[in-house]
Design a protein around this ligand. Structure first.
Ligand SMILES: Cc1ncc(COP(=O)(O)O)c(C=O)c1O
Length: 391
């Protein structure tokens, strides 16, 4: 009989040998994008706090006031006693912000996707997904029991073929990231929506990395493409996370009233999990106001991105142009990605190397994320370090 503990040790050793072992670091914010990492100061280019709101005084104050009123824990699932007036108001404000009839607030984006997809489709249905979708969309698809069809990244012709092939399914759900998390590029949402209209399928988009960053007032990728409130077809299900640009945690799913009511009734990660605390909902309500008002944060992000892209273009590694706050620098193999990450680390810069299985084999990269908390001098420091590493 093999010893299961020894098995784990052997498997961990194998991961280590393949340079796939992940290590956490204990991180303390200092100011802006500066952090203490295991006691050493670093300038970070790895957070998804794109607008620099996680430390915003208005959010902290809103959370503090709500904590005094509601306590720090929700105590139960939203369907029992975990749903407060703060949650209720947040959902109404989120729906109005993105111009959809109703929204449902989840404690995490992972829970929203992995819970909603199996509530929307199951056996006898078809799930059609982009090949580069985020892990929690993939897990939701696997859990659903629907027949899965994966089309090559952003390939509209292949998506249409899958829609034609699945004509006989009871229900079809197309699922994609709106901004792809490791590449920073966008899904062609207007064309996807038109295809779903033509083929009578539902479309679910995960705007984790577009919400707050793209579109008018930070309304996200739909708004970026000019898909405005009122013109949204009821087949659209919009999901966005609230732990990234919004600076707090959680996620919401928005769409037609009956769809959202169905998710409330059937998404197991909503029903069988303790609600996010009211203080998080209160901080998010404050965050929404800042997101909408502070256009300067998005403007600064664009200016920093233009500066970064111009500098990266002079380096030997490919750096595809992206419209989001995510800028990949393609290094290819795991060892190169780790070596460049380590060389930057020695210079006080924290840029994560992303390796398989998070990205396809042979496409290891540095994932540089920008924030409105960065300054032009921070980007110049990163570029100077990369130039030195490139030799
Ligand atoms: C595209 C995408 N969707 C969903 C999630 C999960 O959201 P959360 O971190 O709130 O669980 C992430 C990353 O965290 C993501 O990048």
């Amino acid at each position: 009989m093999p010893d299961p503990i020894e098995d784990f040790e052997t498997a961990l050793g194998e991961l280590d040998a393949r340079q796939l072992l992940r290590r956490r670091r204990a991180v303390m914010p200092i100011d802006g994008a500066r952090v203490m990492v295991d006691g050493v100061e670093r300038l970070a280019f790895c957070s998804n706090d794109y607008l620099g709101l996680a430390q915003h005084p208005a959010l902290i104050e809103a959370a503090r006031e709500a904590a005094l009123r509601y306590g720090v824990g929700a105590g139960a699932s939203p369907l029992v006693s975990g749903h407060s007036p703060e949650h209720e108001s947040l959902e109404a404000e989120l729906a109005a912000f993105v111009g959809l009839p109703r929204a449902l607030y989840f404690y995490a984006g992972y829970a929203a996707n992995s819970g909603c997809i199996p509530a929307l489709v199951g056996k006898g249905d078809a799930l059609i997904a982009d090949a580069l979708n985020h892990a929690c969309l993939i897990d939701g698809a696997r859990l659903s029991g629907a027949e899965r069809h994966v089309y090559p990244h952003n390939d509209l012709a292949a998506l249409e073929r899958a829609l034609v092939e699945t004509r006989g399914a009871r229900r079809r759900l197309v699922v994609a990231d709106a901004v792809f998390s490791m590449d920073g590029d966008l899904a062609p949402l207007p064309e996807m929506l038109a295809l779903c209209e033509r083929h009578d399928a539902l479309l679910m988009v995960d705007d984790a990395h577009g919400f707050g960053v793209l579109g008018e007032g930070g309304r996200g990728t739909l708004s970026h493409f000019g898909l405005h409130a009122g013109a949204m077809p009821s087949r659209l299900i919009y999901m966005a996370t609230l732990g990234k640009a919004a600076g707090v945690s959680g996620a919401f799913v928005a769409g037609a009233g009956p769809v959202i009511e169905w998710l409330l009734q059937k998404a197991r990660t909503y029903m069988f999990a303790t609600a996010a605390p009211a203080m998080g909902a209160a901080a998010l309500r404050a965050s929404l106001r800042v997101i909408e008002a502070d256009d300067w944060r998005r403007e600064r992000l664009s200016a920093l991105h233009a500066q970064l892209a111009a500098g990266l273009a002079t380096l030997p590694w490919p750096a595809p142009t992206t419209p989001s706050a995510i800028q990949p620098l393609m290094l290819g193999d795991n060892a190169s990605a780790l070596a460049v990450m380590a060389a930057l680390d020695e210079r006080g810069l924290w840029v994560p190397a992303i390796r398989p299985p998070t990205v396809p084999a042979g496409t290891a990269r540095l994932r540089i994320t920008l924030s409105a908390a960065h300054e032009a001098g921070d980007v110049e420091r990163l570029l100077a370090a990369l130039r030195a590493v490139a030799g």
